[in-house]
Write a protein that binds this ligand. Structure first.
Ligand code: MLT
Ligand code: MN
Ligand code: ZN
Length: 293
């Protein structure tokens, strides 16, 4: 199984257009690597690919990834797109994929419902883009030899659907993780997760690779940096400091943080926090990072 990180940043990317925080400034100045928004590509055979989450940056991500380049006048190695929630950083890229290219679009019924409510996504021609519903814990084939099973993880509804009261530990079809299987290998992709209950760590145990929510280093960082008023938990993201502790006892082949917010010191390869995460056995995703299992 090959997994390529197309985009390692959370919504907004790095730099974020309206942010002058220390990391965004450093990325603009070229002192740290810029990161596009959250997505990975996966293949069992290196020829047929699935993209997990369609980032607003997908156009440049595809251009930067030779494995996903067209193989003929209107032929693509892209077989399917799967989205793990309805967040804008995970679905807005679907609009970019509207140029009459066939692929399967996988999501839970709840996420498909959100997509169906958006008339602009009608630009994905229904005769070419099959909207395929996956029930939780059902296994589907994303591309030849590549199977995926979705499972609920604690999360919340997309920002644009939030009402007065927001439940941040929803476990259902709104936020899911993906279990990928190919050639006897098992990888988990969980770019958004609000908490780590025992049943989730039991599912992670023994994976050959884990790509996990690295949005924030600590729960209060956006407030402390003057970038916002929300904690990580309020945004549906458990902080890295909590995750590293919770997963420390597990046996995992490779553990990789993805979906880093621009406030996160893990975006700076030279930060003490990056050194600490590496010391605890984690890798920090960067755009273009590839893992072969
Ligand atoms: C998130 O991961 O919390 C969302 O992508 C935020 C957003 O929609 O901007
Ligand atoms: Mn996000
Ligand atoms: Zn910033």
């Amino acid at each position: 199984m090959r997994i390529i990180v197309l985009g390692a940043a959370a919504g907004g990317g790095l730099p974020q257009w309206n942010c002058g925080c220390v990391n965004c400034d450093a990325a603009r100045a070229g002192r740290i690597p810029a990161l596009t928004q959250s997505s990975v590509a996966v293949s069992a055979n290196g020829l047929d690919w699935a993209v997990l989450n369609a980032s607003p940056d997908i156009r440049v991500q595809l251009a930067a990834t030779p494995a996903l380049h067209p193989t003929g006048p209107r032929q693509m190695p892209l077989r399917s797109v799967l989205v793990t929630n309805g967040d804008i950083d995970h679905v807005a890229g679907l609009l970019t994929l509207r140029e009459s290219q066939p692929f399967d679009l996988f999501a839970t019924p709840t996420i498909h419902q959100v997509l169906a409510e958006n008339p602009m996504l009608g630009a994905l021609r229904p005769d070419l883009v099959a909207r395929r519903t996956i029930a939780l814990d059902q296994t589907v084939t994303l591309a030849p030899g590549l199977e995926a099973t979705l499972f609920a993880v604690p999360g919340k509804v997309p920002l644009y659907q939030e009402g007065e009261v927001v439940e941040t530990g929803l476990v259902g079809e709104t936020t899911v993780g993906v279990e990928l299987r190919a050639n006897g290998r098992r990888a988990l992709y969980i770019p958004g997760c609000a908490d780590m209950p025992d049943w989730l760590s039991a599912r992670i145990e023994g994976a050959h690779a884990l790509f996990f929510d690295g949005t924030l280093w600590d729960n209060d960082e956006m407030i402390r940096m003057g970038l916002g008023t929300k904690t990580g938990h309020r945004m549906g993201h458990m902080p890295v400091t909590q995750t590293m502790g919770a997963l420390a006892p597990l046996t995992i082949g490779q553990r990789v943080f993805v979906h880093m917010n621009n406030s996160n010191p893990l975006t700076d390869p030279a930060s003490p926090q990056t050194a600490e995460a590496i010391a605890q056995g984690w890798r920090i995703a960067r755009d273009g990072m590839e893992i072969s299992l």
